[in-house]
Ligand binder design. Structure first.
Ligand SMILES: Nc1ncnc2c1ncn2[C@@H]1O[C@H](COP(=O)(O)OP(=O)(O)O)[C@@H](O)[C@H]1O
Ligand SMILES: Cc1ncc(COP(=O)(O)O)c(N)n1
Length: 274
């Protein structure tokens, strides 16, 4: 029997370009936990630091553009990436810079854009003047964009209150250039199910339905879903399969979401292990 050193093969590499949540429920912390749970190697380019907990975002500080560019280059030029996820981009300048950086990737690297704009507590995470760069520069480079209904309203001006209106909104978003649009219906809280709509490049619709869990501890749902989609794309799924698996993962995390602090607790990223 041969005894020697053996190197395990490397898992797929996924980069999150997002903000830090000091409370650990959303942002890059949620992204990296999700990536671990889904079996990929998570990496991060931090865009902003938030001072945040279960009751709100007390303050945030965007990082200098060069800091984001250098983190991205350090990761991409040596380690390489199989998928990218973007989250909180804070300002117009950072949104444009991230769009430029993504433009330097090989076209086959899938990019999932979560257009984070407001936290669960209602605190702004994206400057109002960043919407033009989001629409005109970042969304055309996205393989998948994953807006919640507040973000749909900010980006398209459409107020969605029903499933029919989700279809109209998804088509308006698709016109901005992303290949796939996932409109998240988590905020339609009067429905018995939590319903999301995926629209593909050919206009085909896929509805994703899961039980709605009556749990207020949903901090980090959007970050978790988008990171899970990016992870599954890096593992080789096509977009509908990646979205289905990601939805199952976030639904389990919401069911197991736990109280922390005085406000909204996090989804449980480790629900499969507990
Ligand atoms: N109470 C809930 N029960 C089950 N699924 C939910 C619940 N709230 C949100 N979701 C799902 O979590 C994911 C994130 O959606 P949403 O909460 O709308 O996004 P965001 O975190 O960006 O506000 C979606 O798949 C949505 O359908
Ligand atoms: C750094 C950062 N990124 C994203 C979110 C959105 O997450 P949620 O909508 O659950 O508050 C957040 N609160 N903080």
């Amino acid at each position: 029997m041969l005894i020697g050193m053996s190197a395990a093969s490397a898992p797929p590499r996924v980069l999150t370009i997002a903000g830090s949540d000091s409370g650990g429920g959303a942002g890059i912390q949620a992204d990296l936990k999700t990536m671990l749970a889904l079996g990929v190697h998570g990496m991060s380019a931090l865009t902003a630091i938030t001072a945040q907990n279960s009751v709100g975002v007390q303050d945030f500080w965007p990082l200098p553009i060069e800091a984001v560019e250098q983190q991205f280059r350090s990761v991409v030029d040596d380690i390489g990436v199989d998928a990218v996820k973007t989250g909180m981009l804070a300002s117009a300048e950072l949104t444009s810079a991230v769009a430029r950086l993504i433009g330097t990737l090989a076209p086959e690297v899938p990019v999932v854009v979560d257009p984070v704009s407001v936290s669960k507590h209602g605190d702004a995470l994206l400057a109002a003047d960043a919407l033009d760069a989001l629409r005109g520069e970042l969304l055309p480079r996205a393989k998948v964009v994953t807006p919640n209904l507040d973000e749909v309203r900010l980006i398209t001006g459409l107020d969605v209150t029903s499933e029919d209106e989700m279809t109209t909104a998804a088509r308006a978003l698709a016109a901005l250039g992303p290949r796939w649009v996932l409109v998240k219906g988590g905020h339609l809280s009067d429905q018995p199910e939590s319903v999301d709509l995926l629209v593909g490049p050919d206009g085909a619709e896929m509805w994703l339905r899961a039980p709605r869990h009556d749990n207020r501890h949903t901090h980090g749902t959007g970050c978790t879903l988008a990171s899970a989609i990016a992870s599954r794309l890096a593992l080789g799924d096509d977009v509908p399969a990646a979205v289905r698996t990601a939805k199952d993962y976030v639904t389990g995390g919401i069911k197991a979401g736990f109280p922390l602090g005085a406000g909204i607790g996090p989804v449980d990223h480790g629900w499969r292990w507990r």
